[in-house]
Design a protein around this ligand. Structure first.
Ligand SMILES: [Zn+2]
Ligand SMILES: [Zn+2]
Length: 351
């Protein structure tokens, strides 16, 4: 099979690899689409993976190609979405079903071979059937959709009458905004410094999307909320100014969610710390998403259901689709920011 193999930092090659074999309890998935995560760019070009060579790519959906021993409940050709975190099942977090907190996990696309490839092997328990009416392109975005939902849930959700302010309008920020709308927030404010992202936010119906190079986000949140601030502030860019804006925009008793991967150290001004204390602001981190092996409702099932109910608009997030042969160019474009992009999908079936 063809796969995009990372040999060392910055050294990506399109190569022929042996077809992986599904072991007991595993499934061979033919990859339909695999999204490029914001984290893949530093993973490939700066930081590297846990071992080399590796095939990156963890946001994917595909069809069942073959089932390993003991897997009887999936048909060849069935569309599936894949939870990329392979939990150990033995640690205290796993015993509580909190797989994102697993102390000894493996991960498709960083620790183990992922889906910038024609095929990938995953445990059956990590697979969810894609509901009818949901395309593989959409299903490939189950992971980012779930990450966005999980972030809001970490903030205790949001409800009617509340304001959700989102700092960073990339694909994840826009998904958080969509979930905030689905969950019933009354006011959704979005900020970004890239005009195309602000435009894109508006095209999703978020009228209150602002260019934070010309509008001070903290002042704007204050103005929009009668000086109160937002109940939920989501830092979705990982930059010092957006973190400061998110912390500074929280209402009395508000919640701030740290979602964006940090790109630099941040110094918190004394006055801001004092304000956070006096306002008794809750600050929570969020990581990945919740997945249940028992079939209970979780971020993944809710994301797929929202897609089936046409509540999440995912296709308009896609700005680029690249076959494997064009994947390196697409990843370089993202690194260099040589074109505007939101969601970039790799399509291994397309040559
Ligand atoms: Zn990701
Ligand atoms: Zn574990």
């Amino acid at each position: 099979m063809r796969a995009l193999v990372l040999h060392k930092v910055g050294d990506l090659r399109l190569e022929e690899l042996p077809m992986p074999n599904p072991g007991a309890g595993e499934v061979l998935v033919r990859v339909g689409f695999c999204g490029v995560c914001g984290s893949d760019i530093p993973r490939i070009h700066e930081k590297g993976t846990y071992r080399f060579p590796t095939v990156c790519g963890h946001e994917f959906a595909g069809t069942v190609e073959a089932c390993g021993e003991g897997v009887f409940d999936l048909q060849v050709g069935e569309p599936v979405a894949v939870f990329p975190l392979l939990w150990c099942g033995k640690c205290p977090a796993c015993e509580q079903g909190k797989y994102v907190q697993c102390q000894d996990y493996d991960y498709l696309g960083s620790r183990r071979d992922g889906a910038f490839a024609e095929y990938v092997v995953a445990p059956r328990r990590n697979l969810l059937r894609v509901p009818e009416g949901v395309s593989l392109e959409e299903a490939a975005m189950t992971e980012p959709a779930s990450v966005a939902l999980h972030a809001l849930r970490r903030a205790g959700g949001c409800s009617f009458g509340e304001t959700v302010a989102i700092f960073g309008a990339g694909p994840i920020g826009l998904l958080v905004a969509q979930w905030a709308r689905i969950l019933g927030a009354s006011r959704i404010l979005l900020f970004d410094i890239v005009p195309e992202k602000v435009e894109m936010a508006r095209s999703f119906g978020f009228e209150q999307a602002f260019d934070s190079r010309t509008i001070d986000p903290v002042a704007e949140v204050s103005a929009q909320t009668g000086g109160e601030g937002a109940e939920v502030c989501v830092e979705a860019a990982g930059c010092p100014p957006t973190l400061l804006a998110a912390l500074g925009s929280a209402k009395r008793g508000g919640r701030v969610v740290l979602l964006g991967n940090p790109s630099a150290d941040v110094t918190l001004p004394q006055a801001l710390i004092s304000q956070l204390m006096r306002r008794e602001v809750g600050i929570v981190g969020t990581w990945n998403s919740d997945y249940s092996v028992s079939g209970a409702r979780d971020d993944w099932r809710d994301s797929l259901q929202a897609m089936a109910e046409r509540k999440l608009a995912l296709l308009p997030l896609i700005t680029h689709r690249a076959p494997l042969s064009g994947a390196i160019a697409a990843l370089n474009m993202m690194r260099d920011r040589s074109a505007f992009f939101a969601k970039v999908l790799i399509a291994p079936r397309e040559g």
